[in-house]
Ligand binder design. Structure first.
Ligand code: ZN
Length: 395
């Protein structure tokens, strides 16, 4: 796979944003490729370089971007060894999708669809029916999951085709709507510790002649948000998860392939007014805005009816070259959310969409006090947050 072309985007041109590689090398392409290798009907191999395997396990490490992995070989010796040619040169980056955020990416992984189709195009988005913001990660306020995301998951398609399927994650996620819409199909197994998850994932992989298993670890992301990438806590988490990958790799049953990937990377943002533009303190950005959605590096802006073009003009002027600022139709036409956007998803996308180019945020100190205090952030299309690893281990 060729590296995505990220160099020298032109200032302000919406079309210059480095759009995710949907349909060639994005998170949404992974599970369909693995299931197609097991001859599951309705799935297509998109990432051609991945050889078919009867048993495939995806280990998703929340928040571990390709660039962070590449710059920390000492903390991640095992994953780094997977990049070496002596091991087959199996490590490469793929793109997460836009926005590079957990709810959006988990839905892309599980459904095998880009955000414009699965319909979780942000951390918070407007529900066109109620005109209220909906938090896609916490699923608040509650919305009927299968109306919001009606497509079957790749796990469901695989399960129906007789493939043994399982998800091994935190018990807290077993009954959440996000798990329902993104990871349904087969059996969910909750385990508290990373070690237990690795051991169980390996056992589940060996439980069928054909098997598709997903497992997950959240704390690299958590440490990055709280303490930043340049912290001992973050580095300690990376060391821990590297040992988890090795533990799972060493237990793979025969005819298996393990894929280590992530939902997004991360970037540290300095704590000053130049890098953290406060929507709640900025009357220019607030003018004509009915709702502010998304997150600091990937904003959905919903205008008061009639004010859409004024808001677009104003956001472009205020943010200058620090953000790619697009109208909804421009962002859709440029393919930010995938090749197409379903009709039910259209109104969930902001009238104005703003994606950070520099190490900046649009915080909202009053309406989002917790999020506004985070050190590490993600969401946009810069390589640090958009590129995620795709590491392969075969037994
Ligand atoms: Zn996160």
């Amino acid at each position: 796979m060729a590296l995505p072309t990220w160099d020298h985007p032109e200032p302000l041109a919406v079309g210059s944003a480095p759009v995710p590689e949907y349909g060639a090398g994005s998170l949404a392409d992974l599970l369909p490729t693995l299931a197609a290798g097991m001859e599951v009907p309705g799935t297509t191999a998109v990432i051609q370089e991945l050889a078919p395997a009867d048993r495939a396990c995806v280990f998703l490490i929340d928040g571990l971007g390709w660039e962070q992995l590449r710059t920390h070989p000492d903390e991640a010796p095992f994953m780094t060894s997977l990049l070496a040619s002596s091991r087959g040169g199996t490590g490469r980056p793929i793109t997460a999708g836009y926005p590079a955020t957990t709810a959006t990416s988990l839905a892309s992984v599980g459904t095998g669809l880009p955000p414009g189709a699965h319909g979780l195009p942000g951390y918070t988005v407007r529900d066109p029916e109620t005109r209220e913001l909906m938090n896609q990660l916490r699923w608040q306020p509650w919305t009927a999951p299968h109306v919001w995301q009606p497509y079957p998951t790749v796990f469901q398609l695989s399960h129906e085709a007789g493939v043994h399927t399982a998800q091994v994650s935190s018990p807290a996620f077993e009954h959440t709507p996000l798990t329902k819409v993104a990871l349904s199909g087969g059996t969910f197994h909750g385990r508290l510790s990373g070690e237990d998850r690795m051991d169980l994932a390996a056992a589940q992989l060996g439980a069928g002649d054909r098997a598709l298993v997903y497992t997950y670890y959240s704390e690299v992301d958590g440490a990055g948000h709280r303490y930043g990438l340049d912290s001992d806590t973050w580095r300690g988490q990376l060391m821990h998860v590297d040992r988890l990958v090795q533990r799972l790799a060493e237990q793979l049953p025969p005819r298996s392939a393990l894929y280590v990937t992530a939902d997004h990377g991360m970037i540290d943002v300095p704590f000053d007014e130049q890098h953290r533009i406060d929507f709640d303190e900025d009357w220019e950005l607030r003018a004509g805005v009915a709702l502010l959605g998304g997150e600091g590096r990937a904003r959905h802006v919903y205008a008061v009816p009639g004010a859409e073009s004024d808001v677009l003009t104003c956001w472009r002027e205020v943010l200058g070259e620090q953000f790619w600022v697009a109208s909804r139709d421009e962002a859709i036409a440029a393919g930010w959310f995938g090749p197409t956007v379903d009709e039910r998803v259209y109104g969930r996308i902001g009238d104005v969409v703003a994606a950070a180019r520099d190490d900046v945020l649009i915080i909202a100190s009053e309406r989002e006090p917790k999020e506004s205090a985070m050190v590490g952030n993600h969401g946009s299309m810069t390589p640090a947050e958009q590129l995620v690893p795709l590491l392969e281990v075969r037994s």
